[in-house]
Ligand binder design. Structure first.
Ligand code: PLP
Length: 402
C-alpha cells in the first residue's frame, strides 16, 4: 500500500500539513477500530501460499507502522514518499549508496561532524570522491560546475554556524549538470523549511531531533518527490538493513503530532535567547538567521518559513569562559543532540564536531569559544535567567587579566 494513500484517506485531501501531522494514521486500525494506530511489532507476516502474501512479508522490507510514519513525513515535506531509517546517519549512508566509485560528492565544510566523518572515510577507501567546500564563497557554483559532482550535499542552516545556503540556486545547478541535490533539513524540520519546494531531489533528517522531538528515539528519514529515486532509496534501505524499528516509528509519529505546536514555542524562546545573547558584552558574536546582520538573513527570509531554534555564539575568554558558562547553567543540559523539548548546550569542538580533525574544524570556523544552544520549550523567563547567571560567570573569567 502507498503510505501516502493511508494518511490521505483519514484526513481528507484538502487537510493542511498541520492537520495531517496531528492526525497521521488516525483510524488506520480497521480490525478493532482503535482511534490511534496500533504498533505492529511483528517481524514477519503470513503468506497465503508459497510466494503469495499480502502487503507485507518481512519487517526489514516493509512494516505497517513504519509506513504510516513514512507517509506522515512525506506529507510534511511535500514528497511522494519516504523511507524511515534507524538513525540520521543510516539515512545519510543510504543516500551515499547512490554514488559509484569515481563519482564526486560535494559537501559543506561545516556540515554535521558525523556526515563529515562518513564522507571522509568512504572517500579514503575509494567508495566515491568527496570535497568539502564553502557553498557561499563568491564563484562557488561556477567552480562546482567545473568539478562535475554527482551529488551536492546541502545543510542549511549549517551545523553549528547557522550559515544559510541557497537551495533553489544549488538545485538548479544540480539539474543542469545531472547531479542529485540533497538537503539535510534536520535543523529546521519541515515546519520551517521544505527543500523539495525549492527543487531539491532528496531531503534527509535525523528524526532523533525535531520530528520526534522528545529525545527518546534515534532515527532518520529520506524523503523525495521523485518515485524512481524513492524506489532506489527504498531498495538500498532494505538491502543494507537500515530501516527503522516499528516502535521507534510509532514514537516518531506520536512526536510529529505536536511538531507544529512545539515549533512555535521553540522559536518564541529562541528569539528571546538571541536578543539576550546579542545584548551581552561577554558574547563576541551570535549566529542566528533572524538577526538582520546575519549574512544569510534575506535568503532565510525567502526560503524558510521560520527562523528555527538553534543558536550558536562565540564567548569572549575562550575555553575558560566556556567552562565557567556551562557550569553556571541549570536548565540547559550539557549534552549532544538538538530539537527536543528540553534545552541543551553543546561545545561543538569537543562534542558534536570532535570527529573532525583540528584543521578541518578551523577551516569550518569552529573555535574553542563557540557554543551551540538548542532552545527548548520551557518557560522563557527560566531560560533567560539561566543564561544571565551563566553569562555573569563567563564574564568574571573573560575579564581576568591574562
Ligand atoms: N544531520 C544533522 C544535521 C545532525 O545534527 C545529526 C546528528 O546530530 C545527524 C544528521 C545524524 O543523526 P543521528 O544522530 O540520528 O544519526
Amino acid at each position: 500500500m502507498n503510505p501516502a494513500d493511508i494518511t490521505h484517506s483519514f484526513t481528507g485531501p484538502t487537510a493542511s500539513r498541520v492537520t495531517r501531522a496531528v492526525r497521521a494514521g488516525i483510524g488506520a486500525d480497521t480490525t478493532h477500530r482503535a482511534v490511534m494506530p496500533p504498533i505492529h511489532l511483528s517481524s514477519n507476516f503470513f503468506f497465503d501460499s508459497p510466494g503469495v502474501c499480502g502487503d507485507y512479508d518481512y519487517t526489514r522490507t516493509g512494516n505497517p507502522t513504519r509506513d504510516l510514519a513514512a507517509g506522515a513525513i512525506a506529507e510534511l515535506e511535500g514528497g511522494c514518499g519516504a523511507v524511515v531509517t534507524s538513525s540520521g546517519m543510516s539515512a545519510i549512508a543510504v543516500v551515499t549508496r547512490l554514488l559509484s566509485a569515481g563519482d564526486l560528492l560535494l559537501a559543506p565544510r561545516d556540515c554535521y561532524g558525523g556526515s563529515h566523518r562518513l564522507f571522509t572515510a568512504e572517500a579514503a577507501r575509494g567508495t566515491y570522491r568527496a570535497e568539502f567546500v564553502d557553498f557561499n564563497a563568491p564563484g562557488a557554483r561556477e567552480r562546482a560546475r567545473a568539478l562535475g559532482p554527482r551529488l551536492i550535499w546541502l545543510e542549511t542552516p549549517s551545523n553549528p554556524l547557522l550559515r544559510i545556503t541557497d537551495i533553489a540556486a544549488w538545485s538548479r545547478l544540480a539539474r543542469e549538470i545531472g547531479a542529485i541535490c540533497v538537503v539535510d533539513n534536520t535543523f529546521l524540520s519541515p515546519v520551517n523549511q521544505q527543500p523539495l519546494d525549492f527543487g531539491a531531489d532528496l531531503v534527509v533528517h535525523s528524526t532523533t531531533k525535531f520530528l520526534n522531538g522528545h529525545s527518546d528515539v534515534v532515527g532518520g528519514t529520506v524523503v523525495t518527490a521523485d518515485s524512481a529515486l524513492l524506489e532506489e532509496v527504498a531498495w538500498w534501505t532494505n538491502a543494507m538493513g537500515a530501516a527503522g524499528s516499528p516502535f521507534d516509528s510509532y514514537l516518531t509519529m506520536r512526536g510529529m503530532r505536536t511538531l507544529h505546536a512545539r515549533s512555535r514555542v521553540h522559536e518564541e524562546n529562541a528569539l528571546a535567547v538571541v536578543e539576550a545573547l546579542a545584548a551581552s558584552d561577554t558574547v563576541a558574536c551570535v549566529n542566528h538567521p533572524s538577526l538582520p546582520d546575519h549574512p544569510g538573513h534575506e535568503l532565510a527570509r525567502r526560503q524558510q518559513t521560520g527562523w528555527g531554534s538553534l543558536v550558536s555564539f562565540e564567548l569572549r575568554g575562550g575555553r575558560e569562559a566556556v567552562d565557567a558558562f556551562v557550569s553556571g547553567l541549570t536548565f540547559f543540559a550539557l549534552a549532544e543532540s538538538l530539537g527536543g523539548v528540553e534545552s541543551l548546550v553543546t561545545h561543538p569542538t569537543t562534542m558534536t564536531h570532535a570527529s573532525m580533525d583540528l584543521p578541518a574544524q578551523l577551516v569550518a570556523g569552529i573555535g574553542e569559544g563557540l557554543l551551540r544552544l538548542s532552545v527548548g520549550i520551557e518557560a522563557a523567563d527560566d531560560l533567560l535567567a539561566d543564561l544571565a547567571r551563566a553569562l555573569s560567570r563567563a564574564e568574571a573569567v573573560a575579564c581576568l587579566p591574562v
